[in-house]
Design a binder for this molecule. Structure first.
Ligand SMILES: Cc1cc2nc3c(=O)[nH]c(=O)nc-3n(C[C@H](O)[C@H](O)[C@H](O)COP(=O)(O)O)c2cc1C
Length: 220
């Protein structure tokens, strides 16, 4: 598989088999991905992988906070205010996802059930938390995004499904307790991963992309 094929075949996986990825394979993924580029080679990232019983405990604690309606407490401020085509795309993403799952736009309970799946880690046997020192800013956040994409592509190559989750920055408390996160770091996003349950309906969700000429200009 080449990089273009990995990009063309990757999609977010939201349903997993109860079958762990061997430790050696997980280490290989991150060992390859750490070759990603970063601003002035600072490599400002840290990845904390959680598996097995620890992953189940974390899932339970995150769901308990979600069920209690606990206020989210992000280390880095949440998303920007989206406008125009970006807001349209964000809405299309949410509504496309709900439609595939048979949830009406006005069905707030159904939407909450879907939101909860984030904290269930979509049933994945592993989750990785991507963090950087709280003194870092947007150039370093870009670096973490590059690392994330690199990890996702290496996972595709190895037949591992994954999903990036900004939502997993919302409840850092249990993550700090259970994962081995540097004290000075804050979480940007999580990545649940494992082997895809190809029978799961949720994995039929597909998102389209804007055409090339909508996102790029070429001048000569
Ligand atoms: C940084 C980042 C954070 C994301 N956070 C979430 C999330 O919290 N929950 C979720 O269901 N999907 C999340 N996604 C997945 C996106 O919705 C998904 O990548 C996008 O809709 C394109 O779909 P695709 O990955 O299937 O191509 C996130 C993706 C990225 C890159």
């Amino acid at each position: 598989m080449n990089v273009s094929e990995a990009l063309q075949t990757r999609y977010s996986v939201r349903g997993y088999l109860d079958e762990p990825v061997p430790d050696t394979v997980i280490r290989e993924v991150f060992d390859t991905a750490r070759l990603a580029a970063s601003n002035t080679n600072t490599q400002p990232w840290h990845v904390a992988v959680v598996s097995g019983d620890a992953c189940d405990r974390l899932r339970d604690e995150l769901c308990a906070l979600f069920d209690a309606g606990a206020e989210q407490d992000r280390g880095f401020p949440g998303g920007a205010r989206l406008e125009g085509v970006y807001l349209d795309r964000q809405r299309a993403c949410g509504f496309g996802y709900y439609a595939t799952m048979g949830v009406e736009r006005k069905d707030m309970e159904g939407r909450a059930r879907i939101a909860r799946k984030n904290f269930e880690l979509f049933g994945a046997p592993h989750v990785a938390f991507f963090s950087m020192p709280r003194t870092c800013g947007y150039p370093q956040a870009v670096d973490l995004g590059i690392l994330l994409q690199t990890v996702m592509l290496v996972m595709v190559e190895k037949g591992i499904g994954c999903i990036a989750q900004g939502s997993l920055a919302g409840y850092p408390g249990p993550v700090r307790e259970i994962a081995d996160l540097p004290e000075e770091n804050e979480i940007l996003f999580g990545l649940s991963f494992g082997y895809e349950d190809t029978e799961a309906h949720i994995n039929t969700v597909r998102m389209d992309r804007a055409a090339l000429d909508e996102i790029a200009t070429f001048t000569s």
